[in-house]
Every structure is written in C-alpha cells, then in structure tokens.
Unconditional design. Structure first.
Length: 1121
C-alpha cells in the first residue's frame, strides 16, 4: 500500500533538495523511480530497552571493545509475532528494485534483479531479531552499514534519511546519522541510474570532532546460499586470513587447519557447502577491484566493484552447514533459509583493522553492486561488465559476459596471441547476458588465453587473462605484543600501545605500554602526546596539559620550532577545555605553523574569535581552515553562520546550499538556510525549509543537542538557545522531556547573563524523567557541574554526571553518585550504579552488596538488579543456598529475563536440586547471544551430575538415560551441536562407565574410543579423555593428558592476561576466576595421575578463590568420600 510520497527538488546550480509537501512522486520522465511507502512485515517484538546505563566491563565484541553506553541495551527478545508497519524507501529502474528500511539502521532490506526475479541480496520475509548486535537486537539480511565499528550500535534503530533526484536522471536514497560513541558521522547515498543495473553507494565519513579517531567502515552484504553457492575472491587471491590476521589459509583450495577446522586433505573453501562450522575468510593482499558470489544452481549471483586501493576489504562469513548453522538459521528467520555474508571494507581489510580519521576530516568512498546471471561465475569485473572463462578437461572453454547496460554490436573474443579461437559480434545487456562453449586446440596454454569484450570502437569493456599464481610462502600471522617490560625499545612500546588503542583491543590497554616508555624516557614527546590525547578523550584536561607541556619541553628545546604541531594543537584543546582561552588561542596559533594541523588549528581559532564576537577575525580563520580542508562541513556551516551575522546573506545562503548538496542530512546547514531566509524576510520559504529540517531530524534529541552544541562551541548562544527552545516549547505537539535539553538551555542562558531564566530551566531539568538519559558529550561535564552549583538540591544532575564519567573517570563518578544518593535516597539506579562501582573500582564487595540491596529495596521489579546482586553475592562468597533464596523469593521477576533465570538454574545445580533445574531448562525458551550459549553447559552439568548421583546409588539405567540426555541440544536453548564435539568426550566417558558396570564391555569400549577420538584444547574434557585412555589400556596417552592438564594449569597461573588477545566475544575474567580455573586443571591432572592429596589441595585452592566452582567442588567431594 502506498503511503505519503515526497519530492526533493534540486535548484539548478546549487543542488539543494527541498521536501515537496504535495506528495508528488519522484518519477518524472526518468526510468528511475524513488518513493516512500508503508510496508507491513511480520515482526517478532522486542521488549523495551534497558533503563539502566550499561557500563563497560571489558567485553570483547567482534574482536574489539564492545561498550554499550551511551546507548541503551536492546536485549529483551520475545516470541511474540505481530504485523508491524515500517517506513520503506524504494528505488527502481528497468533492471533492479531495492528497498531500504530507515527504522532498522538504514539497511538495504531487499534488492531484486527484475530480469530473472532473483534476490541478489538476502531478502527476509520476517523481522526476527537475535542477540547479535553491539546493543543486542539485530536482524540478518540485505546490507548493513557499519561505521565506526562492526555491527554498529544503531543497526536496529532509526536513522536519518531523505530522497533526492539528480541532474543526470539518477535518484538517491540517503541514510545516515551522527553516532554517539565518538560523535562522528556517516551518510550513504544509494543511487540508481537510468539504463544501468548497478547500485551506486556513495559513502561519506565525517570526523566532526577535534580528535583523531580510528574507525572501521564495512558493508555487511547478505546473500541467499545453498550447496551450489560459491564465493568468488579475485583469481590472484592466494591466501585468506582470519579475524585479527592470527592465521592464514590457502585459497581457494585449503590444505590447512583454519579456525580449528581441518581442511588438510585439500578442500575447496570457496564453496559454502564445505564449511561445517561458523567461520570467516578475508581475502589477503588482494589487488583486484571486485568480489562476487554465484549460485550455480540458479545461474545467478552478485558482483561488488570498488577501487581496491580504497576498499581493500573482502570477506566471506558463514554460520556453517552444521547443526550450529541450522540453529542460527531458525533463530534469525522462518522460511528464508541460510545466508552468507560477502562483506566489503573501506580503508580496512580485516576485522578488527582500524585506520584513522584526523580531526574534522571527511572522506568519500564509491562502491557498486550489480546482479549477474547465466555466466557460470566471475573471473573479472568492472563497472561495465563481468566476465567468466572456465576451461574443461576436454579442452573446451566456456566463456560468459554480463554487462551493466545495453551494448549493441560489441565483440566477444577469445584468443591466444594472434590465434583467435572465437570472435562474434553480439548485442548484450543486463537482461541478455552472453555465454558460449568453445573448442580449444590440444596444445593451448591456458595462461596465454585472453578473453575480451570490445566496443564497436574496439575499446576494451572487460578482459581477462589467466595468470599462474606465484608460489609464495604463507604470511606470518599477527603475534600479540609482549608484556611492556619485555619490549626492548621505547619506539616499540609506543607502537604497541598505539596499535592497542587504534584497534580498541579488549584484552590489553595501551596505558601500561605508554607508561613503561615514559619510565624509560620521561620526556619522550611522541609518547607524552599519545597519552595526553587519551586523557583528553577522558575529560582529564589538566593531566593532558601536563603531558603535552612535557612533550613540548623536549621538541622546543633550544628555542626550536617543532616540525610537527600535534602537541601544540592538543595542548590548545586541553587549555581551552579548562577555560584558559587566551593561552589556548596562542597555542592553537603555534599549531597552525605546521600545515598538518593548520586546518584544525584555524578552526579552533575561529571558535575562540567568534566567542568574543569578533566575526571578521573568525571569518578570516575559517577561510584559512577551509583552504587546508575544504570538505570540513562544520567549518563551512560555521562560515555561513558568521557571514549571516555579518549581514552577508547571499554568501551565507550559497554556502548553506552547497553543504546541503554535499550532505543532504546536514542539519546545521539546513538551520542556517532557514535563518538566512528569515533574515531576508522570506517567511514562507523559511517555514518550508524548517519543515524539511524537522522531518529529517525525526524529533531526535541527540540531533537537536548536537546542533545546539555546535552553535554553543562557537559562542553563537542565541542560535543554540533557539534550537533547544524549539524542542521543549510547550506549544509544540510533543515537547521533549529529555533532561539534557533543559540543562543546556539553562547553561547557555546563564552564559548570556539571564540567570533567573537559566535557573528555571535547571529546575525543570531536575524534574524531567531520568529514563535513558545517558550523557556522553565532554561539554556536558561543565553543563552538569554548573547546573549543580545553581540548583544544589537537584539529585539528577550528579546522577547524570556520574553516568558520563564512570567509564572514563570512575572515582569522580562515585563522588557524583554519592551526592545524588544523599539528595534522593529512593533513586534505585543510583544505588545500583554505586554497587557496581564499589565492587569494580574500590574492590569493596561488602559495600557493593549493601548498595545493590538498597537498589532492590527501592525497586523490586527490576530484573537486572537481581542479576547484578547475585554476581556480587557470588564474588562475596555468599552461599549458594542464601543466593537461591533471594531469587526464589522473587520468582515472578526472575522468570522475566533469561540472564537472571540462568543464574537461578545454576544455583539449583550447585545445590544438587537437579529436578528443579531440569524442569526450567526443558520448559523455558532461552535467547542466546552470538558467542554465548553457556546455558547448554548448565544443561549438561545438570544431567551429568544427576546421572552420577544415580550411578552412585546403583540406579544404572537412570544414570545411562541422563548421560545420553546430556548429549542432546534442545531447541529451546538455542545452542547448536558443534562439529568439534563440545563436551561429548566427557559424556561418552560417563556412558562407557555405565555400560562397563552393566557388563556390556563391547559398548563400554565403543564409548571410551568415542571419547578419545575428538581433539580438544586443554580443558576439563582432557581429564575424562585421560580416564577413557586408561580404560582402554593406553596408559601413555592417558598420562599425556594428565601431564598436559598440569602444564596448562601452571601456564595459566603465570599468565597475566584476562582475555585472549584475539578474542571475538566475551568478558574479561577476574584474576580470582582465572586462577581458580588454573588450580582446577592442576587438580584434575594430579587426580588423573593418582596423586590424590595434591589434587585435593588444588581443588581446595580453586574453591577458596571461587566457592561456587561446580566441578572442583564435585571432585573434592568424591575424593573425600
């Protein structure tokens, strides 16, 4: 059903598109159509976002740090299916039709090849979220845009969008946002052109901040897959690598163990059907410009084309063909089947593989996708065509061409040197591909063949010449850095720290490397600067100033002007943040002596000048800045504002329109255009522009705040106040209740000297609902401090400030929350936050428990409080019985969330209440996170331990039934059976013991042999394999297992890292938990070798560190019998 359609008109020269409120469709006479309409899609509902701020605790996500704050957690997945109406944006021409959903991250939802009705991107017919995204909810299918991190935070949220038509007849859907974690911006323009079958994606990345930030930029493309689907990296690809480049495989035929899958017999890993487990392959060192996928059964596929110097990343990812893949297929869709991802990365060839955006830098990337068919695969592709050449064993060649537009009278040629095997004049188009089987002579050398598609003017449209791969050795994998004290030089320490910082490594922090470098060379300018930038990003401005002053003391020694102005520039940032504007001005000026820092330095000087209302000087600095960085849209918008203030309205309007032509989702330029129209007295035009702006902003409080802060940082307080006032004005249809809007209004009014009015807004802010108010801007630190001075009875301002500070200055956060608690003892989240902080920052578990118990007393209906309280009880050594009593007393709350219920079930198992545990495990639908699935271990524990209890009681048949049940992977747990066995070896051993006691020695031997047949890393599984080896009389192999466990335990005790350097998912383990597991492995090794007293001692050590270590407790109890 068609909904409201709208038109954005491009003025002839300037290209600014205005929303047409009369609902004229953007069809015109062109073959390209673009429109918006309502689309009804069956949808599985997700619950409300978590009201609690979710702070960073060391989580690894997609191989990098995975913070949630300042976003809310979206982890409440339900089984409620309902029809839901979405805004759908469509582009269509004669060849393809695409659909984009701005309410689900702006992803391409579907892309149809109209020539054969083939979905060349994976098309979902249901929205079925799963816990895969950075914040939780995520859907598969189509194309997901990821910047500045993989599976970006807002992939399941609203983004900004608009539709435009272009002078060349093409039409574009623009989607984008300013992300909150780093305050950078991305927009993507998806265009279709007349008579072309490709989708053009124009990616624009904006660093709107005064800091350099590292980023990933990947398009996550999903395609339907089956046994006939092949992934096509360019023919020169010799190797593929894994995440973090920690291992390599030959490509396309692998002879390697890769990601723990054995391909050593020679497996063609370019075929989806050959991958039993979830895995990733990144093309290594690729020099061609395309990536493709092809369904040989349907004779259809897709090509991606982009300059490999800018878009080097080519990745294939799959859930695999095994049971785990089938489980995830069921989790993510109903009937649309399996998919793979053919991802492409700009400025990155791996995940994680971050590159840098400098302050105020803007980059533009062009890339293209188009469908192909009936050519049997791809050997080369460009924007005009794709071609294929396959040589069969019978000395025959199959050639194929697919073009992206219609060509008449072109020549298809296959030749070798001067010898032409085939030449034919053809007409070809996207709906009329060409293929032919051709005979070759017996003596033809494949590497001398050349396939060509030539225009009537004999220009090459596409060509391919098979080349012999050079035999080169496999690349060296990345190695984790040594501990700082073992690294030889200061430069190596700096580079190690910088890489950890750049890649957002979750296992290691850069600080110890920088600090070790400064211990050896205290005045090192590069390291002092690097550490200062980290302090600046954490709001530690005085500490940053000290480090930068030290950096400059060396490089300006003997009255030297430094070659690089970076330290001066960041010192200017530090001084300005402390209100030292005069010193900052002079320091920024010094930074501009270095061209590399001139653009950012002049921009900062313009802000300082404008704050003093010296608009002419500000304009001069902006002109200088733009000479060095012409694409800085913030500087352009600022210049438009200054010109408007100087009364030069025509120039201001021209700049605003130019910015909107470059970035149709730029709110500052649109607001400037409105202000210029108003200043010109063109009220109706101003109203129209304002309506467009309001529609694009979507009532987003963060868009409103970012625009106001942009004005505020320039000293344009009237404009900032106006932007904020419009969002909260009582006459508005839905005035915002977001507290930070009111705090900023008070702050800017106070700066203007309107103290009484400012106090009104500070008081209003304190009365607004605190739900989802998670401040993150550095500017908000001063705003909230000033608000507290003006309204000292406000309990909310210190709460919000604590939220902002906790991940970057936790001690200051605690002080703020403690102030809030004094002012309002009923504020449950404040008690909860303090409980977390007392445990993690002050390491005072007792104090933390008291605070969390206060949180529960204030709000007994919040499930997360029970999870976090139980975690603290566990850390504090509270008995399992006491912990269980708390959860059972609040069973109705516990049953609302998987994460609390799984804790309760674990406690049932620890207390030997297996019936209760298994009743819940077998009746409740658990929704697992990607990389998670620990609930299945609890399931196995429950059956194994109940089975052992039956075994001890000589109830062998019941024991056998439970042990066999432990091998199952029930659908409700959402965990698939791994092809590598999981804990099967442990279970097989127990099954063997039952058959042995029942006298069935043949069956017993069968299961002991099954147990030892699976290879495992060093874990408790190896102990049971060792016992199975003993049962089989293979004592030497048994001792190898036990010795290996002892060695592994000792290594873990020596290890200092809380997480694998290459970890893709998971949380950092506490030191106590790591050491407890190490002692447990030692105990198993000694028990296996018959040294029972030593084993007991190790188990006791494990239990001293972790009283709830289930299997250490079990083994110790066995030995004490």
């Amino acid at each position: 059903m068609k909904g409201k359609k709208y038109l954005l008109i491009m003025p002839l020269l300037l290209g600014f598109f205005l929303l047409n409120l009369t609902a004229i469709p953007l069809h015109g006479d062109s073959s390209v159509k673009v429109w918006e309409e309502a689309l009804v899609i069956p949808t599985y509902r997700i619950g409300k976002p978590d009201l609690n701020p979710i702070f960073y605790t060391g989580r690894a996500y997609q191989g990098a740090k995975g913070p949630v704050y300042p976003y809310p957690l979206l982890d409440k997945i339900t089984d409620i299916r309902e029809e839901k109406v979405y805004k759908a944006l469509y582009l269509e021409n004669d060849y393809v039709k695409i659909c984009v959903l701005p309410e689900i991250g702006g992803r391409i939802f579907s892309a149809l090849d109209k020539t054969n009705n083939y979905d060349f991107f994976y098309c979902q017919h249901v929205i079925k979220p799963a816990l895969i995204g950075m914040l939780g909810a995520w859907i598969s299918g189509g194309v997901e845009w990821n910047f500045p991190h993989h599976h970006r935070a807002t992939g399941f949220m609203n983004v900004d969008y608009t539709l435009t038509e272009n002078a060349d007849g093409s039409k574009t859907i623009w989607v984008g946002e300013i992300e909150l974690r780093h305050r950078m911006k991305w927009i993507i323009g998806l265009s279709l052109h007349p008579n072309r079958s490709y989708i053009e994606a124009t990616v624009k990345l904006f660093n709107r901040t005064p800091f350099a930030h590292s980023f990933l930029c990947w398009a996550n493309v999903s395609v339907h897959t089956n046994k006939d689907y092949q992934i096509i990296f360019p023919p020169s690809t010799e190797f593929a690598t894994y995440h973090g480049k920690n291992q390599f495989s030959h490509w396309p035929i692998s002879y390697d163990v890769f990601n723990r899958v054995d391909y050593t017999k020679g497996v063609d890993v370019s075929w989806w059907k050959n991958h039993p487990e979830p895995t990733s392959f990144f093309a290594w060192n690729c020099k061609e410009d395309f990536l493709a996928g092809y369904d040989h059964g349907k004779e259809a596929g897709v090509v991606h084309f982009a300059d490999h110097n800018i878009v080097p990343g080519k990745k294939f990812w799959t859930w695999g063909t095994g049971e785990r893949g089938k489980v995830w297929e069921k989790i993510l869709t109903e009937t649309d089947g399996p998919y793979i991802e053919l991802m492409v990365g700009a400025y990155s060839d791996n995940q994680p593989d971050y590159s840098w955006l400098q302050p105020y830098e803007v980059r533009t990337v062009k890339q293209y996708w188009y469908p192909i068919r009936q050519i049997g695969g791809v050997k080369n592709a460009n924007l005009k065509a794709a071609c294929n050449l396959e040589i069969t064993s019978k000395k025959k060649a199959r050639i194929g061409f697919n073009t992206t537009s219609e060509y008449k009278g072109v020549k298809a040629v296959l030749k070798t040197g001067e010898k032409v095997f085939f030449e034919q004049k053809i007409d070809i188009s996207p709906e009329k591909p060409f293929w032919k089987e051709i005979g070759l002579s017996e003596d033809v050398d494949e590497e001398n063949l050349e396939l060509l598609l030539l225009s009537p003017a004999n220009k090459i449209l596409i060509s391919y010449n098979p080349k012999k791969k050079e035999r080169v050795s496999k690349p060296e994998p990345v190695k984790p850095p040594q501990p700082p004290e073992k690294i030889k030089t200061v430069e190596e320490l700096y580079l190690a720290g910088l890489r950890l910082e750049q890649f957002h490594n979750p296992a290691l922090e850069p600080y110890p490397y920088y600090e070790e470098a400064l211990k050896r060379d205290p005045n090192n300018s590069i390291v002092n600067t690097a550490l200062a930038i980290l302090y600046l990003k954490r709001g530690m401005f005085k500490e940053a100033e000290d480090k930068l002053s030290r950096a400059l003391s060396g490089i300006t020694n003997n009255y030297t002007s430094p070659k690089n102005g970076e330290a001066y520039y960041y010192l200017g940032v530090a001084l300005r943040a402390q209100g030292k504007d005069h010193e900052a001005f002079e320091t920024f000026y010094k930074a501009t002596w270095s061209k590399a820092w001139g653009a950012a330095g002049y921009y900062s000087l313009a802000e300082l000048s404008c704050q003093k209302r010296d608009f002419s000087k500000a304009l001069n600095f902006l002109n200088r800045s733009l000479l060095l960085n012409a694409l800085n849209t913030k500087a352009q918008n600022f210049k438009a504002a200054v010109l408007r203030r100087l009364g030069r309205l025509e120039e201001a309007e021209k700049i605003a329109l130019e910015v909107l032509a470059f970035d149709p989702l730029d709110f500052w330029s649109a607001n400037e255009l409105c202000l210029v129209k108003t200043a010109k007295g063109l009220k109706s035009e101003a109203v129209k522009v304002k309506k467009v702006l309001e529609i694009k902003k979507r009532d987003s409080v963060q868009s409103c705040l970012e625009l106001a802060v942009d004005y505020g940082n320039c000293g344009l307080l009237d404009e900032a106040i106006r932007v904020l006032s419009e969002a909260v004005e009582p006459d508005r249809k839905s005035p915002s209740t977001y507290p930070m809007l009111y705090y900023y209004l008070g702050y800017y009014l106070e700066k203007k000297g309107e103290k009484d009015k400012a106090l009104e807004y500070y008081k209003l802010a304190s009365k607004m609902p605190p739900d989802y108010c998670f401040p993150f801007r550095a500017e908000s630190i001063d705003v909230l401090n000033v608000a507290q001075k003006n309204n000292p009875v406000d309990a909310c301002a210190p709460y919000y400030l604590g939220n902002l500070l906790y991940d970057i200055q936790p001690q200051r956060a605690i002080k703020e929350w403690e102030k809030s608690r004094i002012l309002d003892k009923s504020f449950s989240i404040v008690h909860r936050n303090l409980g977390l902080a007392y445990a993690r920052v002050e390491n005072d578990v007792s104090k933390a428990i008291t605070s969390l118990e206060e949180a529960v007393a204030c709000n007994r209906e919040e499930p997360r409080f029970y999870l976090e309280l139980d975690l603290l009880y566990e850390a504090g050594g509270i008995s399992a019985g006491e912990r269980l009593a708390v959860l059972e007393k609040n069973q109705n709350i516990v049953l609302q969330r998987d994460y609390v219920l799984s804790r309760e079930i674990t406690l049932f198992v620890q207390l030997g209440k297996y019936e209760e545990a298994l009743n819940l495990l077998n009746s409740f639908h658990f929704h697992v996170w990607e990389g998670g699935g620990q609930i299945h271990n609890v399931y196995v524990d429950a059956y194994l331990l109940r089975g052992q209890a039956y075994f001890t009681a000589t109830r062998y048949r019941q024991a056998l039934k439970d042990f066999k049940a432990a091998l199952e992977y029930p659908e409700n747990l959402e965990v698939g059976r791994p092809s590598r066995g999981g804990r099967a070896s442990q279970v097989y051993y127990f099954i063997g013991t039952v058959y042995e006691v029942l006298g069935d020695t043949r069956k017993a031997k069968e299961f002991y042999e099954k147990s030892v047949a699976i290879k495992h890393g060093w874990s408790q599984i190896c102990y049971f394999q060792g016992l199975a080896f003993k049962k089989l009389g293979r004592e030497e192999e048994a001792n190898q297992m036990f010795d290996g466990l002892i060695q592994s335990g000792e290594e873990r005790l020596r290890a200092t890292r809380s997480m694998d350097y290459f970890a893709k998912f998971g949380e950092r383990q506490s030191v106590m938990a790591r050491r407890a597991n190490a002692f447990y492995l030692l105990g198993l090794g000694y028990q296996g070798k018959g040294n029972l007293e030593k084993a007991k001692n190790e188990y006791k050590k494990a239990l001293e560190l972790n009283i709830n270590h289930l299997w250490a407790k079990h083994h110790l109890a066995q030995l004490n019998r």
